[in-house]
Design a protein around this ligand. Structure first.
Ligand SMILES: O=C(O)CCC(=O)C(=O)O
Length: 331
């Protein structure tokens, strides 16, 4: 997306004003920019969730602190392509425990039919971790944060935010985008761990990644429009013209993807009868600052960094260093 913030463009392309609504309103706006053709007339029945015993909270905390061994090839793949999908980051029990908790929270916020209801919406909740000790284990997980630091090749990472995302049955595509303009950070050392809370078959709309990482340069000249689907279509057409490779594959239970903020990604509609629920947590290199002029594409970012202004160090109390783990204080 071309940065239009410096020039006052037409009303349709000028994103320089800050977002003045909440983040759910942001998502409602954002998924409305996706090009969706045709109607879904038949929903595919999602396979039954695996029948596993849910672990105790303490077992989840221990599991999410265990290191995950990345190979040199994994790191090289991420740096070339701007994403990687890793199997077995979470155990099936940890995934289903996460799902149960996220469904509960979503239903408190949005009503009783979040999981299978046909509201066709993309629902979101952020900043759930400060008030939920169990979710804190998933969001501040040393296992996940260490993967992020190693993929980026930085000494330490802070949490930008957590993001519970529920793409309900019938909800449309996620438009093509990269996250560079979503996070008002002055660094490219930013990665999102996108952790599904159930397996994701193709019909449910897995996150799909264009690669290699620098294909963003092909679409840098496509104007972002604040309404309509021209941007999404412009990116898709450009990628098609250049034969850009797209990884659109199912997610096994426990598989987590990691994408860099320069990676272009999208997700198809959810054509199943179950919500596609995901916990997407974003981490960035410790030491980064807020850019001088955040735009409306960053949504209500101050919710994630209270008290931090443009140009300042991005290090509020809600942005803890998740890796390396601080030494326990002496008794
Ligand atoms: O879940 C989705 O469909 C989109 C998520 C996304 O774009 C992200 O986490 O960066």
């Amino acid at each position: 997306m071309r940065d239009r913030s410096a020039t006052a463009g037409t009303p349709d392309t000028d994103v320089s004003r800050p977002w003045d609504k909440d983040n759910q309103a942001w998502w409602d706006w954002y998924v409305g920019l996706a090009d969706n053709t045709g109607e879904i007339t038949e929903f595919e029945a999602a396979a039954a969730l695996p029948d596993v015993t849910l672990p105790a909270d303490a077992e989840v905390v221990a599991e999410l602190a265990e290191p995950y061994e990345l190979s040199a090839a994994d790191i090289a793949f991420f740096r070339t392509n701007g994403f990687i999908k890793l199997k077995g980051v979470f155990s099936p029990g940890a995934v289903l425990k996460l799902r149960a908790e996220l469904v509960r929270l979503l239903e408190v916020e949005f009503g009783t039919d979040v999981d299978t209801g046909a509201q066709d919406r993309f629902l979101s909740l952020e900043m759930v971790w400060p008030d939920h000790p169990l979710l804190r284990a998933y969001v501040l997980s040393p296992r996940v944060a260490k993967i992020c630091a190693e993929l980026l090749g930085v000494g330490g990472v802070r949490l930008y935010h957590d993001n519970v995302l529920a793409k309900q049955p019938g909800c449309g595509r996620t438009p093509w985008h990269f996250d560079d303009h979503h996070f008002p950070l002055d660094t490219h050392d930013v990665v999102t761990a996108w952790a599904p809370a159930q397996p994701i078959p193709l019909a449910m709309g897995p996150l799909a990644f264009a690669h290699p990482i620098d294909v963003w340069k092909l679409v840098d000249g496509v104007d972002f429009e604040k309404s309509g689907t021209n941007y999404d279509r412009g990116v898709a057409d450009t990628f098609r013209r250049h034969d850009v490779a797209v990884d659109e594959t199912p997610f096994d239970i426990g598989e987590v993807s990691f994408h860099h903020n320069l990676n272009f990604h999208t997700a198809a509609r959810n054509r199943t009868d179950r919500s596609r629920i995901v916990l997407a947590n974003t981490y960035y290199a410790d030491g980064a600052r807020i850019v001088d002029a955040p735009t409306m594409v960053s949504g209500d970012w101050q919710k994630f960094m209270p008290g931090v202004g443009p140009g300042e160090l991005a290090a509020s109390s809600l942005n803890p260093v998740c890796w390396p783990v601080a030494d326990a204080p002496d008794e």
